[in-house]
Design a binder for this molecule. Structure first.
Ligand code: NAD
Length: 344
């Protein structure tokens, strides 16, 4: 019998990549997927177009905080991979409430339902930002959580609540903490797609502060393969860092993006730094490498070149998103199961 997996946030950047991988040619085959996504400004059913006609996929538009809906969905699946979140640090500085609601209350709502129905493994997709800024060395899974932004604090809270269900109830909860992702289908507010789409439109790119902030850049495909390893082979109650991309300052990343887009340094505009901007993230990913055999496959230059090319030939995906001003929220969307093809 096939494994039924509830993927929350499956219409977002990473979630849709994960779902396309599950149902695609290299996927496990013996799975069916229910995507639960509220379709906030960041959710886009076009991200699932490649698998929309797959009979193994069901799409439910709804909120992870909707306890009745979440209860009925977790009852009918075997496992949960929880990616739904408010995910943009800048937005969290303007409105922390939405972040605490979805990232903390939504996580606890899902955990409660999964506990009631014995649904597991429950994979909570956390982030390396929960460790806060790391001046030297790399965070291990045992490092303290010292988040700086309302985004990372809400992710850390969800992360700890998830682990508490393992400790208190013996639930099969597994947590991943991954570094910064890039790749196709990323909403053009994050640095890579924002800079690429600006440059493709002949616009300058806004670089925060002194540009020395360092991130580990990992292709989204490497992240989702790590999540899949944790779902299929991880140990209940364990945390797995996922990294192994390329550590780069924002200035160096910008230079790479300018080069890939055929633009010069005059296209960079220095802007005031983001408040509380963490200087550096770095995860030690030895554990997932040594215990689950994880290895990143993408080199940064090739991954960025491929990503730029995707944005170059998929203007119809991102132009409407850039044209829409500000967040387009599905505040009052009633939960509904709908054929994906109807919303593409
Ligand atoms: P994203 O913003 O592209 O997608 C989030 C998805 O969640 C969207 O489809 C949105 O509609 C949905 N969503 C938001 N609120 C919801 C709610 N209340 N109910 C149901 N659905 C809701 O984000 P992403 O970059 O794909 O990130 C996915 C997950 O991975 C997040 O949990 C994030 O914290 C984590 N993560 C992201 C990165 C990164 O670099 N992007 C790195 C590590 C971890």
């Amino acid at each position: 019998m096939s494994t039924r997996i509830l993927v929350t946030g499956g219409a977002g950047f990473i979630g849709s990549h994960y779902v396309r991988g599950l149902l695609g040619p290299g996927g496990p085959g013996d799975v069916s997927v229910v995507v639960l996504d509220r379709l906030t400004y960041a959710g886009n059913t076009a991200n699932l177009a490649a698998v929309a006609d797959d009979p193994r996929l069901a799409f439910v538009r709804g909120d992870v905080c909707d306890a009745d809906l979440v209860d009925s969905l977790t009852r009918d699946v075997d496992q949960v991979v929880h990616l739904a979140a408010e995910s943009h640090v800048d937005r969290s500085l303007a409105d922390g409430g939405a972040f605490v609601r979805t990232n903390v209350l939504g996580t606890q709502t899902l955990l409660d339902a999964a506990l009631r129905h014995g649904t597991g493994p429950f994979v909570y997709v956390s982030t390396d930002e929960v460790y806060g800024s790391v001046s030297a060395g790399s965070s291990t899974e045992d490092s303290p959580l010292l988040p700086s932004s309302p985004y990372s604090a809400s992710k850390a809270a969800g992360d700890l609540v998830a682990l508490s269900y393992a400790a208190s109830h013996g639930m099969d909860v597994r947590v991943t903490r991954c570094s910064n992702n890039y790749g196709p289908h990323q909403y053009p507010e994050k640095i890579v797609p924002l800079f690429v789409t600006n440059l493709l439109d002949g616009l300058r790119v806004p670089l925060y502060g002194d540009g020395t902030h360092v991130r580990d850049w990992l292709h989204v495909d490497d992240h989702t393969r790590g999540i899949e390893l944790v779902r299929t082979r991880g140990v209940p109650g364990e945390v797995y860092n996922i990294g192994g991309g390329t550590e780069l300052s924002n200035t160096d990343l910008t230079a790479l993006l300018l080069d890939a887009c055929g633009a010069g340094p005059e296209m960079v505009e220095r802007v005031a730094d983001r408040p509380g901007h963490d200087r550096r993230y770095s995860v030690d990913w030895t554990k997932i490498r040594d215990t689950l055999g994880y290895r990143p496959r993408y080199g940064l230059a090739a991954g960025i070149a491929e990503t730029v090319e995707w944005y170059r030939i998929n203007r119809d995906w991102w132009e409407p998103l850039r044209a829409a001003s500000g967040p387009v929220r599905a505040e009052d969307a009633a939960p509904s199961t709908q054929p994906l093809t109807a919303t593409l």
